[in-house]
Each structure stands twice: as structure tokens, then as C-alpha cells.
Design a protein around this ligand. Structure first.
Ligand code: UDP
Length: 140
């Protein structure tokens, strides 16, 4: 299996509840390594740009409001099969459908306030990483 990099956001519901460390523990326990990390308060423009693929979806406006409602922690994660592995560790979008032990099952509040974002494919991961990080900010 290849060593990959994926992009992660710990969302505002987690910073509000002061549980970013609990999220990080689940990430590290899965064998993923944080090789870049920063805390940001997304602007409306940043959130709209990041979620542009969803702009026609009915939840887009609320999603942008939620993602700008408080600080987030953006990360680059590295490990074997990191993109698919992080999606597994995150669990299903709706925490009600997420498997036990996943971040969303154990920690998320709702389908919107679902604690984490993770890249969904080898195509989106490098694009999402580049949206938030310069090469020199990533220390593998
Ligand atoms: N979302 C929402 N309502 C929905 C579906 C999604 O608010 O009915 C939000 C949720 O925060 C989700 C994000 O939009 O994480 C992106 O949706 P996507 O379908 O890409 O889910 P993900 O890849 O995050 O599991």
C-alpha cells in the first residue's frame, strides 16, 4: 500500500466543544500522522470556495454559515492508504449511520455539525491540501 497524504478539517462544532484533542487521538490511533496543522477562522469566501462543488445543494448556505461559525483546525495527514483510511475513521456523513468507534459516531452532533472533513479521493486530496497549505508548511 502506498503512503498517501490527505486533507482534514476539524470543524467548528469540535473547537466550540473543546474536543479537538479527542479527534486527534482517534486520528493518531488509526496510524495517521499529522504533518501540517493550523487553526483558522474561515472567511465566507474561503468556505464558499472550498465547498464550491456543493454550491447547488440545498444545504450549501447553511453549511457555509456553520463552517464560518467558529475556528477550525486544518490538517495534512500522512500514512498508508491515508485517503481511504481517514474516510473510514471519520465514519458516514450522518453520525446516525456511522459505525461505532468512528469520529462521527463517537463525537459528531448532527449531519451538518459532523466534526470532521476528509478528502474523498486521490484527485481532491492534493487540491484541498494546496487550498490551505504552502509546501514549506508541510513537514513530513
Ligand atoms: N451536509 C449537510 N447536510 C447534508 C449533507 C451534508 O449539512 O444533507 C454537510 C456536512 O457537514 C458534510 C458536508 O456538508 O460533511 C459535505 O457533504 P458531503 O456529502 O461531501 O459529505 P462528507 O464527504 O463530508 O461525508
Amino acid at each position: 500500500m502506498a503512503i498517501e497524504r490527505t486533507f482534514s478539517i476539524i470543524k467548528p462544532d469540535a473547537t466550540r466543544r473543546n474536543i479537538t484533542g479527542k479527534v486527534l487521538t482517534l486520528i493518531e490511533d488509526a496510524g495517521l500522522r499529522v504533518i501540517a496543522q493550523k487553526r483558522l477562522h474561515l472567511t465566507k469566501e474561503q468556505a464558499e470556495g472550498f465547498y464550491a462543488v456543493h454550491k447547488e445543494r440545498p444545504f450549501f448556505g447553511e453549511l457555509v454559515s456553520f463552517m464560518t461559525s467558529g475556528p477550525v483546525v486544518v490538517q495534512v495527514l500522512e500514512g498508508e492508504n491515508a485517503i481511504a483510511k481517514y474516510r473510514e475513521v471519520m465514519g458516514a456523513t450522518n453520525p446516525a449511520n456511522a459505525a461505532p468507534g468512528t469520529i462521527r459516531k463517537e463525537l459528531a452532533e448532527s449531519i451538518e455539525a459532523n466534526t470532521v472533513h476528509g478528502s474523498d479521493s486521490p484527485e481532491t486530496a492534493p487540491q484541498e491540501i494546496a487550498y490551505f497549505f504552502k509546501d514549506e508548511e508541510i513537514v513530513g
